[in-house]
Design a protein around this ligand. Structure first.
Ligand code: GDP
Ligand code: MG
Length: 439
């Protein structure tokens, strides 16, 4: 093979897909971004290695460089890790009472979030805010004030009754007064301790709690992971609310808490105002954590452009095929697309009338590569119009591609036969499951 061709070949083999080196280099940067965003170290390590596994060998989209392609994959995986889709807070039928228990450390934002949540549910249900924090009289007042602001009902029994008793009584009260959502605001401690956990478990034993929601302060970053892990283990949580996302935190806590507990993030607190509670969007959070806004919007554009161009190419190819107008340029193109789509066998299997094809009926990769080399040795004009090739040219092409002249002749002949066949059966390629869709 000539050097030039060898180069072209090399390009063809490796440029289109991500190599291990590409991935490693790009992931170094991603790792930095994650650590900077205060994602838990263990989570970073695990995440990066799983992305590496997936990314090596993936096709690089046109318009992106390998590093950007890696970022694209990272972004997708991160979104997936955080739950892919927004998780809704599921409520019982409005005939029944849905019980939501807020838990978390002191100052995390339980009382505020309880009131925020009540306000959100007010339109659909009749919520009751219940003060189960009996250790700080101020906490009861705070909940009452917030309940008034939100124009929702409030229930309290002061500080002399146990939180379990309050929760039970609140259920009776709710039944009597037609409330169908009961939100229990519980006491937190500055640090995780067994007494707090036990109190929460006791409440759960006494009343049916449908959602135990953990409120964690996003600004505590790494610590949030520890808190979430402990609460999940000792009390059992169904979901997480990240408060104070309006602070300077870059969202590392979101990724870490979800990764560690496996529990979805339902809402994020975006400020002190009672309206500042937002649905959690994993994709937005992923962009925020990556902090690579420019790269991500570039990726979006590239994805769009690729889709458009592919669609355009598809239409062109189908219309050409229908007219039996295939040439070697198209052959090259479809080879490329076949690789993108997972090989010849899967595509042949999709073609109408082809049925299932076993591997040994197919030309193998080596053979395809040799054929590809033949086509690559032709000039673009020759590819479009094979008749231009003189015997001398065919000889040179054979030499240039490392084939015998007989191989080249046979291949060109086969190709001409295929052209003829297509002209005779225009319907073959026009079918719903034909190349129109996959080519
Ligand atoms: P609790 O001890 O868990 O009940 O926490 P609180 O609800 O009393 O909240 C503690 C402090 O955090 C209060 O000053 C709240 O106004 C504030 N806070 C709660 N949620 C948010 C939030 O999403 N953003 C901001 N900036 N402050 C919040
Ligand atoms: Mg409180």
């Amino acid at each position: 093979l000539t050097d030039k061709l060898q180069d072209a070949f090399k390009g063809l083999r490796s440029k289109g897909t991500l190599t291990e080196d590409d991935v490693k280099a790009a992931l170094k940067e991603v790792k930095m971004a994650l650590l900077e965003a205060d994602v838990n170290f263990k989570v970073v390590k695990q995440f990066v290695s799983s992305v590496q596994e997936r990314a090596v060998g993936e096709e690089v989209l046109n318009g992106l460089n390998p590093a950007q392609m890696v970022v694209k994959i990272v972004n997708e995986e991160m979104t997936k890790l955080m739950g892919s889709e927004t998780t809704e807070l599921m409520l019982q039928d409005s005939k029944y009472i849905t019980v939501i228990m807020m838990c978390g450390l002191q100052g995390a934002g339980k009382t505020t979030t309880a009131a925020k949540l009540a306000g959100k549910l007010k339109g659909k249900r009749k919520p009751l805010l219940v003060a189960c924090d009996i250790y700080r009289p101020a906490a009861i007042d705070q909940l009452e004030v917030n309940a008034k602001k939100q124009e929702v009902d409030f229930f309290s029994m002061g500080t002399d009754v146990s939180s379990v008793k309050i929760a039970k009584s609140a259920m009776d009260y709710a039944k009597e007064h037609g409330h169908n959502v009961v939100i229990l605001d519980t006491a937190g401690r500055l640090q995780i301790d067994e007494a707090m956990m036990k109190e929460l478990r006791d409440i759960k034993d006494a009343v049916t709690v449908h959602h135990t929601l953990l409120v964690v302060d996003a600004m505590t970053g790494q610590e949030a992971v520890n808190v979430a892990e402990q609460f999940n283990e000792k009390v059992g949580i169904n979901g997480i609310i990240l408060s104070k996302m309006d602070g300077d935190s870059r969202g590392g806590a979101a990724l870490s808490t979800k990764a560690v507990t496996g529990k979805p993030i339902l809402f994020v607190g975006m400020g002190e105002k009672l309206s500042d509670l937002e649905q959690f969007y994993p994709d937005r959070m992923a962009s925020r954590i990556l902090g690579m806004g420019d790269v991500l919007s570039l990726i979006d554009k590239a994805v769009e452009a690729n889709a458009e161009r592919d669609a355009e190419k598809d239409r062109e190819m189908v219309s050409k095929m229908k007219k039996g107008k295939i040439d070697f340029e198209m052959y090259l193109e479809s080879m490329k697309q076949m690789r993108n789509m997972g090989g010849l066998a899967s595509i042949m299997g999709m073609l109408p009338g082809m049925g299932k094809i076993s591997d040994d009926q197919l030309p193998d990769e080596k053979q395809l590569a040799r054929i590809e080399a033949i086509v690559l040795s032709m000039t673009p004009e020759e590819r479009r119009n094979p008749k231009l090739m003189s015997p001398q040219r065919k000889f040179r092409i054979a030499k240039g591609s490392g084939n015998d002249i007989a191989d080249v002749n046979r291949f060109i002949k086969q190709f001409e036969q295929m052209q003829k066949m297509m002209k005779q059966m225009p319907g073959l390629m026009g079918g719903k499951r034909g190349f129109g869709k996959f080519g």
